[in-house]
Write a protein that binds this ligand. Structure first.
Ligand code: SAM
Length: 246
């Protein structure tokens, strides 16, 4: 399969990723619930509890990178006070279009903006956000160090970066179940529900190739983040990374 993308040039990796999310945009949210058994909601809630958007009218500006259909931003502006605003930035117009529609339905259009942007080259000013989040997005970016230094650049001093990503399961037995689930069940579900197994094959491969938590933590430090932590969730199925610009 051409999804053995480790051998493809960087530019082509992005094309492949764009193709995947172009195909799944309309069904993204339902597939997310189905494939994670609703767990992605709990993981996103942990992310928001670490983000701690302020209550009241204190201004708080969040950049939700690779924000797709807006989940993290909707949660952040709902959890925060009236001063909390979010920008969903994503490279894929289809995902953003679904996001805009959802924002409207929830009455959150005045609090959440949608912008087409590449995580490797952000169209935002230096030190313009209080926090940057990226949930299940960083593993899709061809040059992760570039994205990390862009995240740091747009953060205000004292601002926090939070990265939620799939990780390595480190619990005996759960690792076997997880392996079976991801290599057998997920592509099959993709084929049956979304009509195409290949995007989900990509999903599983990209998770397997993503660096382990300690390696990723080191990448964050190299990008200039301080007080870097990695918190495994659900036996290591996902990991929440945090770092600050100081
Ligand atoms: N954050 C959302 C969530 O948790 O539901 C969406 C995650 S989705 C698995 C990954 C997103 O990353 C897709 O919407 C895709 O378009 C976006 N993406 C991939 N490469 C990107 C890049 N280079 N810059 C910005 N976004 C990118």
């Amino acid at each position: 399969t051409h999804f053995g993308y480790r051998t493809v040039p960087l530019g082509e990796k992005q094309t492949l990723v764009d193709d995947v999310f172009h195909k799944v945009a309309k069904r993204y949210d339902i597939m997310n619930d189905l494939m994670s058994g609703g767990l992605h909601r709990a993981w996103k809630n942990v992310l928001i509890s670490k983000l701690r958007p302020p209550q009241g009218d204190r201004p708080f500006r969040l950049l939700d990178l690779a924000g797709g259909t807006g989940d993290v931003s909707f949660r952040a502006v709902t959890a925060g006070g009236t001063g909390t605003r979010a920008v969903v930035a994503d490279i894929n117009t289809e995902m953003l279009a679904v996001g805009r529609e959802r924002a409207e339905k929830r009455g959150l259009s005045d609090k959440v903006d949608f912008r087409e942007a590449n995580a490797e080259e952000l169209p935002f000013e230096d030190a313009s956000f209080d926090a940057v989040t990226i949930a299940f997005g960083i593993r899709n970016v061809p040059r992760i160090p570039l994205a990390l230094s862009e995240m740091r650049r747009v953060l205000k001093p004292g601002g926090q970066a939070l990265v939620l990503e799939f990780s390595k399961v480190d619990v005996p037995l759960l690792d076997k179940i997880y392996e079976f689930y991801s290599f057998r069940v997920i592509p099959e579900l993709g084929k049956r529900v979304a009509g195409d197994g290949e995007p989900y094959q990509y999903l599983v491969e990209s998770i397997r190739r993503f660096p382990a938590p300690d390696v990723f933590a080191q990448m964050m430090r190299t990008a200039g983040f301080a007080r870097v932590t990695a918190t495994p969730l659900t036996g290591g199925i996902v990991c929440l990374h945090s770092g600050y610009r100081i």
